[in-house]
Design a protein around this ligand. Structure first.
Ligand code: IPD
Ligand code: CA
Ligand code: CA
Length: 255
């Protein structure tokens, strides 16, 4: 798949005024338990879908705020989370991102994760490395779980998983340096890619939560699998573990 990544980055940057619009981020509709959508989510998706259709009419589109998600994974697909970290956005927490991946032939071939609050753009192209604001990034070289900083994802829309999840969180906490909970799966993956975290895991993520971030981690030299160490399937929900690669099996053994 031939993607002009600079053009795609410029397009994703054009969402900044929408994402930083506080009036729109306070315009909230309830989708489900602890699950909200704001005017920002829908406007960002609308803008990116329209422009991507114009730039790449041959690539299908799948986005979180879409009601029609009948895509054919035997052909290329854009996978978009217009805002990853909607609860953070509503609270003014300044840790949310637009996350866009291009899927083709079983892989993500290009990825952009953009946090306008920190002016940070993570991008990767398959086989060409991972970058933060244009500079090459790589995962940590930490070899031991006990010395690792790990981000946990609480699966906030699946509170029924809490008893199992919190047992795992305690075990991981007791066997690592410390844990973090950021509220954005896409930024957790980007942070593993750039070495701000050694690992991250969360159950029942949706393809738009992990598509772009998975490529970033791999291109930065790390590893991303499901909880059973299988390669990812981008057409369905997955339990995800990402790491610098060195601690992967040890971290996975607690999940
Ligand atoms: C959520 C965030 C959160 C993670 C959830 C995701 P949303 O995405 O990434 O960190 O724990 O599992 O669904 O709803 O803000 O796009
Ligand atoms: Ca998300
Ligand atoms: Ca979202």
């Amino acid at each position: 798949m031939n993607i002009n990544i600079d053009k795609v980055i410029t397009l994703v940057h054009s969402t900044k005024p929408l994402i930083m619009n506080e009036t729109m981020s306070r315009d909230v509709t309830v989708k489900g338990l602890a699950d909200f959508v704001t005017k920002v989510d829908t406007s960002v998706q609308h803008l990116l879908q329209k422009e991507l259709d114009h730039l790449y009419p041959e690539i299908q589109f799948m986005g979180e705020e879409d009601h029609m998600q009948n895509v054919d994974f035997s052909k290329p697909v854009w996978i978009l989370d217009p805002i990853d970290g909607t609860t953070n956005l509503i609270y003014g927490y300044r840790h949310s991102a637009a996350s866009l991946g291009c899927y083709a032939d079983g892989h993500i071939c290009a990825a952009v994760i953009y946090n306008p609050f920190s002016d940070e753009t993570f991008h990767a192209v398959r086989g060409k490395g991972a970058f933060l604001n244009g500079k090459s990034i790589s995962v940590t070289d930490n070899r031991h779980l006990k010395d690792s900083l790990i981000s946990i994802g609480t699966s906030p829309y699946n509170k029924e998983l809490a008893p199992d999840n919190f047992k795992v969180f305690q075990a991981v906490y007791e066997n690592t340096l410390d844990i973090r909970r950021s509220g954005s799966a896409a930024l957790d993956l980007a942070y593993v890619a750039c070495g701000r975290l050694d690992g991250y895991f969360e159950r029942n993520l949706k393809p738009w939560d992990f598509a772009a971030g998975a490529l970033l981690v791999e291109e930065a030299g790390g590893q991303v699998t499901d909880y059973y160490l299988n390669p990812l399937n981008f057409s369905k929900n997955q339990d995800i573990v990402a790491s610098n690669g060195f601690i992967h099996k040890e971290l996975q053994s607690y999940l």
